[in-house]
Design a protein around this ligand. Structure first.
Ligand SMILES: [Zn+2]
Length: 445
């Protein structure tokens, strides 16, 4: 008993030192400023992606990594083209402002002439199926709102995102010419939110856009009250051949088991319509901050800690899959992998994808984490980029779980900018990650 409390006191002091270092000397916020303001949006395949890779290597070196290197992987190369155009056309002669839309990632364009068609609004796939005979030649408008009853907004996202992912092909099956999807958001503004869509190759690929929430309501009312209303839509996006991208990796070499790995990371790519500050610049700079703080404090982990800035999470997950593929091919021993990809907001806990016994072990550290507001260990989940390690190699994986109330206000929208990130909240996330990794390295899982 005495021994346990003594170790607990040691751990509590060690975590206090880490927190003090991050909360007083963090480079995370400055790093985020450089990434978002000098490079900005950095979609896979873009020139900004190449700049961001160089930035990542330099930032890891500055943080004190023992070794910095890259892993090559092929990435999709989707290009948005011209600014999207969408407007309501009607026999009425009133002035109708244009609709604020953004092409869905990976979608095809309408072609330079655009399409004009009547709009059929559906609230669900069930309604789509029941009205399948009315769809030919029309634009299908999926107007399915985020369910406000979910307290954790990621659950509302999980519930609604099928309309973005599958909506275009399911409408195309019945002859639709294009699709408009209500943005995956609780926001009160009118920014449209992009995100990847996934075509089913059995049906023609049709253009697909997301619409801001105010305009979703406006369009819904208009088509209900004006039978002559049509929508003109023009997008010129296209998918080009795959190109080369890289995972950017910095290591802090382990003192006792240098050939055993603990991975910590975020994804370096972002959508092109924003600065990708919360998604996922935050996760990148928090992971780099962990390495910087350990190095500065002389904390030498037993296992090698690898900070990974993953390529191409948003529209392909190729970086995360390549990382697991190489870990498997090289017979690497991985203990644990943690990702931060849920926004740079105040941390509340961690999600885990692993056995109950391991989760119980994390819960036994609860009193060490509670002083930093970390208490929620019950959600099941892991970051998209570390999940392949779990699926392919059975590695326990985790994702930082910040407060989720504001994330989908800005997710994949033009409002995901540096100014939307709070310095203290960002740093608290880095504290939480650094504390968890300290304990996992010391005690195993
Ligand atoms: Zn993300």
């Amino acid at each position: 008993m005495a021994l346990t409390s003594y170790a607990q006191q040691d751990d509590s002091l060690a975590i206090r030192r880490i927190a003090d270092e991050i909360l007083t000397n963090s480079k995370a916020y400055d790093n985020l400023r450089v990434l978002t303001k000098t490079i900005g949006g950095r979609l896979a395949g873009s020139p900004q992606m190449v700049k961001a890779e160089k930035w990542g290597e330099a930032a890891l070196r500055d943080a004190g990594a023992d070794k910095v290197y890259t892993q090559e992987c092929m990435v999709p190369h989707w290009v948005r083209g011209d600014k999207e155009q969408a407007r309501i056309i009607s026999n009425r002669r009133d002035f109708v402002p244009p609709l604020n839309v953004t092409a869905l990632g990976n979608s095809v364009g309408t072609g330079p002439k655009g399409v004009t068609a009547s709009v059929i609004e559906v609230k669900s796939f069930d309604e789509l199926e029941s009205r399948k005979d009315e769809i030919k030649g029309k634009i299908v408008f999926y107007n399915y709102p985020f369910n406000p009853r979910f307290v954790k907004t990621f659950n509302a996202y999980g519930d609604a995102v099928k309309y973005r992912g599958q909506g275009p092909s399911r409408a195309s099956k019945y002859g639709a010419v294009a699709v408009i999807v209500r943005s995956m958001s609780h926001s009160t503004d009118n920014h449209p939110h992009t995100g990847g869509t996934h075509y089913n190759d059995s049906f023609p690929k049709i253009a697909a856009v997301a619409i801001g929430l105010q305009d979703a309501e406006r369009l819904s009312k208009r088509i209900a009250g004006d039978r002559s209303a049509k929508v003109f839509l023009r997008t010129t996006c296209e998918m080009r051949p795959d190109t080369i991208g890289h995972n950017i990796i910095g290591e802090l070499r382990g003192s006792e088991f240098p050939d055993e790995y603990i991975t910590v990371g975020g994804h370096l790519d972002s959508w092109d319509n924003c600065e990708g500050a919360h998604d996922d610049g935050a996760g990148c700079v928090q992971s780099i901050e962990l390495l910087r703080a350990y190095k500065k404090l002389g904390i030498r982990p037993k296992r090698t800690v690898r900070v990974v800035l993953f390529a191409n999470e948003e529209n392909g997950t190729r970086g995360g899959r390549k990382y697991a593929e190489l870990a498997k091919a090289n017979n690497e021993k991985h203990l644990f992998a943690l990702e931060s990809d849920a926004g740079g907001f105040t941390p509340r806990g961690f999600m885990f994808e692993m056995e109950t016994a391991r989760r119980d072990k994390v819960k036994s550290w609860a009193s060490l984490l509670l002083p930093y507001g970390i208490y929620d260990f019950d959600e099941v989940g892991g970051g998209v980029d570390v999940m392949p390690l779990h699926r392919e190699l059975g590695i326990p994986v985790s994702e930082l779980s910040p407060d989720s109330q504001r994330y989908f206000d800005i997710h994949h929208a033009a409002s995901d900018v540096f100014e939307a990130v709070n310095k203290r909240e960002l740093e608290m996330g880095a504290v939480a990650m650094s504390a968890l990794i300290y304990l996992v390295d010391k005690y195993g899982l």
